[in-house]
Design a protein around this ligand. Structure first.
Ligand code: THU
Length: 143
């Protein structure tokens, strides 16, 4: 029996972080000047997103939600890992709205990890359940 091919696949953290770092250059952030890149591993594929701002400020879209939208549009459903890159030191964590959206697609919030990085190489890491404990999952909704 082969010892490969069973159990959860390893997370390609180096590629995920590199993708978040690279897509950060595409951020459209003329108002905040806060450039954010995000990479999500969904169904084994890396999808990326950047923040997209608007002169009507409440319409700004965060990088994490942009990446999830790209993944879903490609047919993805199961989120296994997240990397977010900003210039902040220490690296900035996802906002509350993005945490909720990430939880929606997480294989398991208790095990799905989010890494926040910056170009200087600093790194912070949490599980989604740490970032958003006791989250609303929709299980409470009537069927
Ligand atoms: N932003 C993100 O892209 N992700 C977050 O989790 C926090 C904030 C963006 C939104 C806006 O374009 C800029 O950062 C400042 O809030």
């Amino acid at each position: 029996m082969s010892s490969t091919g069973s159990g959860p696949a390893a997370i390609p953290w180096a590629e995920l972080e590199a993708a978040a770092l690279a897509v950060r250059d595409r951020a459209y952030a003329p108002y905040s000047k806060f450039h954010v890149g995000a990479a999500v591993l969904v169904d084994g594929t890396i999808y990326t997103g950047a923040n997209v701002e608007n002169a009507s400020y409440p319409l700004c879209v965060c990088a994490e939600r942009c990446a999830i939208g790209v993944a879903v549009a490609a047919g993805g459903t199961r989120l296994a890992a997240v990397a977010v890159c900003t210039d902040a030191s220490p690296p900035s964590s996802p906002c509350g709205a993005c945490r909720q959206v990430l939880v929606e697609f997480a294989i398991d919030p208790a095990t799905v990890e989010v890494v926040a990085i910056n170009p200087a190489g600093e790194r912070r890491r949490w599980t989604l359940a740490q970032l958003l404990p006791d989250s609303f999952s929709g299980r409470e909704l009537p069927t």
